[in-house]
Design a protein around this ligand. Structure first.
Ligand SMILES: O=C(O)CCC(=O)C(=O)O
Ligand SMILES: [Fe+2]
Length: 305
């Protein structure tokens, strides 16, 4: 039931695997003028809107300390939330099943972008404001709905409202990006496109554990300059363990002043919250779903944002 499907291969470069992208728009959304999609190479992610884009990697790079030890304890980065709550097993299984069948069955695609259109203001009396986004398939609306409830007691109200705007707030269009990683694959450290995506990003891990690395953006790299963010403990690099069904939220500094990435490795050294001895956890095939807000005017995707 898709009216607009494009597959694009970005040029593989040394040490990276080809990025295979499908962009899909539900044909039930008849007015597609609000959104166009590129058939060019990846424009989904980038460090400060400049090439090179975030690329999917295979094999370790030098970007993170080798054998960095990850922890479930959320790094003290302002705006980063990694609550202990996990997505319910039934919902996670359903989402995995649908995605494997519908998007990743060929094995030749490892990234899919889906879009939900912002509701007009007069529709914001919706019982679940910020959750409904016509154009997104129903299973993603169910996922958003579950995230909205699970995160309510876990996040400060302002962070929750950033992800799930209260009635009356102007609603924007959402992008859901689905990434599938086989063991050994990762994604280079990046800041999600500044001019395309807004504040308030939420991602869920499915199928396998991994480690997400965060690195403070250096002064020189900051588009707008200004003070560099430091974590409360003054560190500039952190590794967060993301088990299956875990949720991570990036907002504020964590979204704008820290890169996030996943080292391409077969597994991760992980220490529990009590600081036990690190143990090696093998990775399996992992899928992630990340929801981001398209900035006003940025819901034309594909060209220079
Ligand atoms: O796989 C993930 O959890 C992260 C994906 C990501 O950072 C992105 O697509 O921009
Ligand atoms: Fe990202």
């Amino acid at each position: 039931m898709l009216s607009n499907e494009q597959i694009s291969d970005s040029a593989p470069s040394s040490g990276t695997s080809p990025l295979r992208i499908v962009t899909e728009i539900d044909e039930n959304d008849h007015d597609l003028s609000w959104l166009s999609a590129s058939s060019g190479s990846s424009s989904a992610n980038s460090l400060f809107d400049a090439p090179p884009p975030a690329t999917r990697t295979t094999g370790p790079s030098l970007s993170f300390a080798e054998h960095a030890i990850a922890s479930r304890r959320p790094p003290p980065i302002p705006g980063l939330f990694a609550p202990p709550v996990l997505l319910p097993v039934d919902l996670a299984d359903e989402v995995m099943h649908i995605c494997s069948e519908k998007y990743f069955s060929s094995g030749s695609v490892n990234q899919v972008m889906l879009f939900g259109r912002a509701l007009p203001l007069e529709h914001t009396a919706d019982p679940e404001p910020g959750v409904q986004a016509p154009g997104l398939p129903p299973f993603l609306t169910r996922l958003l709905s579950s995230l909205c409830e699970l995160l309510r007691p876990e996040l400060p109200p302002a962070a929750h409202a950033l992800l799930f705007p209260p009635p009356g707030a102007p609603l924007r269009s959402r992008q859901a990006i689905l990434n599938r990683y086989t063991p050994g694959e990762g994604i280079t450290p990046h800041v999600d496109l500044l001019r395309r995506f807004g504040d308030g990003i939420v991602g869920v891990s499915f199928g396998s554990t991994c480690t997400m690395g965060f690195r403070r953006v250096a002064d020189d790299d900051e588009e707008e300059g200004g003070a560099v963010s430091e974590s409360a403990e003054g560190e500039s690099e952190w590794n967060l363990h993301l088990p299956e069904r875990s949720i991570v939220v990036l907002s504020g500094d964590a979204r704008y002043r820290w890169t996030h990435g996943i080292e391409g490795r077969a597994g991760d050294f992980v220490r529990d919250e009590q600081g036990s001895e690190a143990r090696w956890i093998e990775r399996g095939t992992r899928m992630s779903i990340t929801f981001r807000w398209l900035l006003p005017g940025a819901d034309i995707v594909g060209g220079d944002a």
